[in-house]
Write a protein that binds this ligand. Structure first.
Ligand code: ADP
Length: 720
C-alpha cells in the first residue's frame, strides 16, 4: 500500500503517516485533508512511499484539497527552515499556506480594447475613455473615473464591441511588467552592479551579492535594472523584493510601477485576505513576476524564483519573534540556495554578519561609491550637551534650535529623530517615587498625550492616566519623565508656532495608507518640521530635507546587548542619511552627553570601515557572531514553580559538547510579561559546531510540562 507523510499544523516534530486510498494519486506538495481525532485538518504531503504491509492500521487521507500543489522546492525550503529554527515542520508548512485563509474571491471583471475596432461615432467622452485605457485592462469603474465619464459610456463601447469584458483569474491578475517601459540611465557603478546581478540570474545557480552603497547612491535603481534584465531574458522568471517594513512598500511599489508600467503584487499583513489569496494563487501559477513584500512573502509557492532582493538587509525587523521565530534575511539566503537563485542583500549600513560574509568572499561585494549625481552626504556634527545643555524640561539644545530656525527660514525641511514613541517614556510619582508599570508586565507605562492614555509598548495594555498615584494615593503627583516624539513636537510648536509640524511614529502612522499620506505631504513640502521615530529613518527620499537633528544620540548605546553599538551606528547613519539630496547639501546634528564614544566618533568622521573593524575585533575576541553562534531558550509560564523546575531540569540535562557553552538559567531581563514568569538560557558555540544537533539532543532529554512554554531562538536578536 501507499503511505503519505503529511505535515500538519501542530507543534510536533515529525510529519504524520496516513494511508493513501487507491482512489487518490498524491505527490509531494499536495494539499490534503486528514483526520486528526474527531476533526479533519489540512496538511501538506511531504512524501509518498510504498510499504509492504504494516502492523499498525493507519488512518487514511480524507481527500485532496482543490488548491494548487506546493512546488517541490517550496516544500524543501519549508522543511529546511523548520530544521534550522527547530520549529515544527507542519507549522512552517502552514506559513506557506497563509494566503489561503480567505475563500476564493469571485472573478473580477476588467475591460480592454478589442483589436482593430473603432467606435462608429467618436464623441469626446468615448475618445477620453480610449485614451485613458490605452493598452491596459481596467475595472470599468476605474476606467470611468480615469476618463471622467459616466459608466454608461463604457457600457456603450462594450455593447458596440469596441471594448470587451474579461474575467480575471490567477493567471491574468497581474499584468506583466514591461522591462523596457521606462529604463534609467545608470552611472558606471550602478551599471556594473546591475550587470553582475543580471549575469548571475542568467547563469542560474545560487549567487549571493552584497549591494553596498550609502543612502541615495542608487541601489534601488541598480537592482531594479537587474530585475528588468532578468525578466527581459526570461518572462517566466519570478522576483521577490523583501522590505523590513510595510511603510516602505508604497514608495517602492510606486517606483516599480513607474519603471515597469504595471504594479507588482504586494504581500504583507496589511493586504486583505481575498487579495492575498489572489496573490498566492497567481504566484503558484507562475503568473506573478514581481512580488514586493514583508518577510512572510518568503513562504509563497514560487515555482520559478530567480532573484530575491532583501532591501535594508541590516534591519532588525526581518527577525520574527512571535510564533515562528526566524530571521527573514537568513531564510531568504537559504531559500535562494535551495531554489538555485540569485540573492541581493542591499544596504547603506550592512549588518556585521553580511560584511563578514562579503569580506570572506562568500558574498560578491558590489559597491556604489558616490551618491547618484551631485548630491553629497550631509556634514555630521556632534553637539556636546555638556557644553550646551537644554533648559530644564526641554530637549533641544540652543545650537539645534538655531539650526532648525535657520532651516525653516530658508524654506527647507528639518527632521528631528528620536526613537521613542509617545509623550514620555516614564511616568513617576513625585510623592513616593513609584514608577508606573503595567499590572502584569515588567515594563514601564509610556504616556501618550494624543490619546490621553498610558500604554505598555510590549503588550499593548492601556489605561487612562490616573489622577492619583496607584501606589501611595497622592493626588496630582504624577509627572512625565523624559521625552518621546510627542513631547519634542510640543516643544517645537512652542518654539516655531508658525511652522507646520507633524509626528511620524507607529501611533500616528499605524498603516501603509497613512504612512503614504504622511510621506507624500513631506515630499510635497507641506511639513516644515517632522518629528519621527525610526519608522521615518529609513528608505524615504525627501528632496527638500536639509537638516536632521538627532535628539538623543546616546539612546541605544546604553542598553548593552550584542548588537547595541551596531544598531545605533546603523540607525544614526540612516537617520542622518536623510539630509541633503540632489542640489541641496544637508547637515546632521547629533545631541550627545558622550561625544567621545567610539560609535559617535566613527559616525562624525563618516568612518564606517573604522567602526566595523573595531566592532568585528571585539566580536572575534569574544567568539560571538559572526565568529560564533548563539541560541536562546526562553521558558515562560504563569506557574513560577513549574518554570523554575523546567529550567533546572534543562540545566541538569545539558549534553557534553566541546567548543560550546551554556549560560543560565537566569531570570530574563523582562522577568514578567502578561503575567507569565520568564527565564532564559543562552548557548554559545563555535561556528563549526552542529548547534541544531546539540539542541535537538538536549531537548530530547527533557519533558517540558504543558504549563510551560519553551521558545527556541536560533541566532537571537533580542536578549530581553
Ligand atoms: P538608494 O536605494 O541607494 O537609497 P535610490 O535608488 O533610491 O538610492 O536613488 C536615490 C535617488 O536618486 C532616487 O531619487 C533615484 O530616483 C535617483 N537616481 C538614482 N540613480 C539614478 C539614475 N541612474 N538616474 C536617475 N536618477 C537616479
Amino acid at each position: 500500500m501507499k503511505v503519505a507523510s503529511v505535515l500538519i499544523p501542530l507543534p510536533v516534530a515529525e510529519a504524520f503517516d496516513y494511508e493513501v486510498p487507491e482512489t487518490l494519486v498524491l505527490a509531494r506538495g499536495d494539499q490534503v485533508t486528514v483526520p486528526l481525532g474527531p476533526r479533519l485538518i489540512r496538511g501538506v504531503v511531504a512524501e509518498v512511499r510504498e510499504t509492504t504491509g504494516s502492523n499498525r492500521r493507519l488512518k487514511a487521507v480524507a481527500g485532496l484539497v482543490d488548491d494548487p500543489r506546493l512546488p517541490p522546492r517550496t516544500v524543501d525550503f519549508v522543511e529546511w527552515a523548520a530544521r534550522w529554527t527547530l520549529s515544527p515542520p507542519g507549522e512552517m508548512a502552514a506559513a506557506a499556506l497563509k494566503g489561503l485563509r480567505a475563500p476564493r474571491p469571485r472573478p473580477e471583471r476588467r475591460v480592454r480594447r478589442v483589436e482593430n475596432r473603432q467606435p462608429g461615432r467618436a464623441t469626446p467622452a468615448r475618445t477620453a475613455v480610449l485614451d485613458a485605457l490605452g493598452g491596459r485592462m481596467l475595472a470599468a469603474a476605474d476606467l470611468a473615473r480615469a476618463a471622467g465619464v459616466s459608466a454608461g459610456v463604457i457600457k456603450g463601447l462594450v455593447d458596440e464591441g469596441v471594448l470587451e469584458v474579461v474575467e480575471i483569474t490567477a493567471e491574468t491578475a497581474f499584468a506583466a511588467p514591461d522591462p523596457d517601459y521606462a529604463p534609467a540611465t545608470l552611472n558606471p557603478d550602478q551599471a556594473a552592479a546591475a550587470d553582475a546581478i543580471a549575469q548571475a540570474t542568467a547563469r542560474g545557480g545560487f549567487a549571493p551579492f552584497l549591494l553596498d552603497g550609502v543612502t541615495g547612491s542608487g541601489k534601488t535603481e541598480a537592482y531594479l535594472e537587474a530585475v528588468a534584465r532578468t525578466l527581459g531574458r526570461d518572462p517566466a522568471a519570478q522576483v521577490l523584493i523583501l522590505l523590513p517594513e510595510i511603510a516602505l512598500t508604497q514608495d517602492l511599489i510606486a517606483r516599480i510601477t513607474a519603471r515597469f508600467g504595471n504594479a507588482p503584487a504586494e504581500w504583507h499583513s496589511g493586504v486583505t485576505p481575498p487579495r492575498r489569496r489572489r496573490v498566492w494563487e497567481a504566484v503558484a501559477a507562475g503568473a506573478c513576476p514581481i512580488v514586493v513584500g514583508a518577510r512572510s512573502a518568503l513562504f509563497l509557492p514560487y515555482p520559478n524564483l530567480k532573484l530575491i532582493v532583501i532591501d535594508e538587509e541590516h534591519d532588525g525587523s526581518f527577525k520574527q519573534e512571535d510564533g515562528l521565530v526566524y530571521h527573514g534575511r537568513d531564510l531568504a539566503v537559504a531559500r535562494a540556495r535551495i531554489e538555485g537563485a540569485t540573492v541581493v542583500l542591499a544596504s547603506a549600513t550592512p549588518s556585521l554578519e553580511t560584511l563578514w560574509n562579503a569580506q570572506g568572499g562568500r558574498y560578491d561585494w558590489l559597491r556604489l561609491a558616490a551618491r547618484h549625481g551631485t548630491a553629497v552626504l550631509p556634514d555630521i556634527a556632534l553637539l556636546d550637551l555638556r557644553q550646551a545643555p537644554p533648559d530644564p524640561q526641554t530637549w533641544l539644545s540652543q545650537p539645534l534650535r538655531e539650526a532648525i530656525g535657520e532651516t525653516f527660514a530658508r524654506g527647507e525641511q528639518s527632521l528631528l529623530f528620536l526613537n521613542r514613541r509617545g509623550y514620555a517614556p516614564v511616568v513617576l510619582c513625585r510623592a513616593c517615587g513609584h514608577r508606573l508599570t503595567a499590572p502584569d508586565t515588567d515594563s514601564w507605562l509610556v504616556e501618550h498625550r494624543y490619546t490621553g492614555r498610558l500604554v505598555c509598548h510590549l503588550t499593548g495594555f492601556t489605561m487612562a492616566r490616573p489622577s492619583a498615584c496607584p501606589s501611595c494615593g497622592a493626588v496630582e503627583s504624577l509627572v512625565a519623565v523624559g521625552p518621546g516624539v510627542e513631547r519634542v513636537e510640543e516643544e517645537v510648536r512652542a518654539l516655531f508656532p508658525e511652522a507646520r509640524t507633524a509626528v511620524f511614529s507607529s501611533d500616528t502612522v499605524p498603516d501603509a495608507k497613512s504612512a503614504r499620506a504622511l510621506i507624500q505631504s513631506m515630499v510635497a513640502g507641506e511639513i516644515d518640521i517632522l518629528v519621527a521615530t525610526q519608522a521615518a529613518a529609513k528608505g524615504h527620499n525627501f528632496p527638500n530635507l536639509t537638516l536632521v537633528g538627532v535628539v538623543d544620540a546616546d539612546l541605544g548605546l546604553r542598553g548593552g546587548d550584542l548588537r547595541a553599538a551596531e544598531r545605533t551606528f546603523q540607525l544614526l547613519t540612516q537617520a542622518t542619511g536623510r539630509a541633503g539630496r540632489a542640489d541641496r547639501p544637508g547637515r546632521a546634528l547629533l545631541q550627545t552627553w558622550t561625544p567621545d564614544h567610539p560609535v559617535l566618533q566613527a559616525l562624525a568622521a563618516g568612518d564606517r570601515d573604522g567602526f566595523v573593524a573595531a566592532e568585528l575585533a571585539e566580536r572575534e575576541a569574544a567568539s560571538l557572531p559572526p565568529y560564533g553562534r548563539l541560541a536562546a531558550l526562553i521558558l515562560s509560564g504563569e506557574n513560577a514553580v513549574a518554570v523554575e523546575a523546567t529550567a533546572q531540569a534543562l540545566a541538569q540535562a545539558i549534553p557534553n559538547a566541546e567548543r560550546l557553552e551554556v549560560y543560565g538559567p537566569a531570570d530574563a531581563p523582562l522577568g514578567l510579561i502578561r503575567g507569565r514568569r520568564r527565564k532564559r538560557l543562552l548557548v554559545r558555540a563555535d561556528r563549526d559546531v552542529d548547534l541544531q544537533g546539540f539542541l535537538r539532543a538536549w531537548l530530547g532529554r527533557v519533558k517540558v510540562p504543558g504549563s510551560v512554554r519553551l521558545t527556541i531562538d536560533v541566532d537571537p536578536y533580542s536578549f530581553l
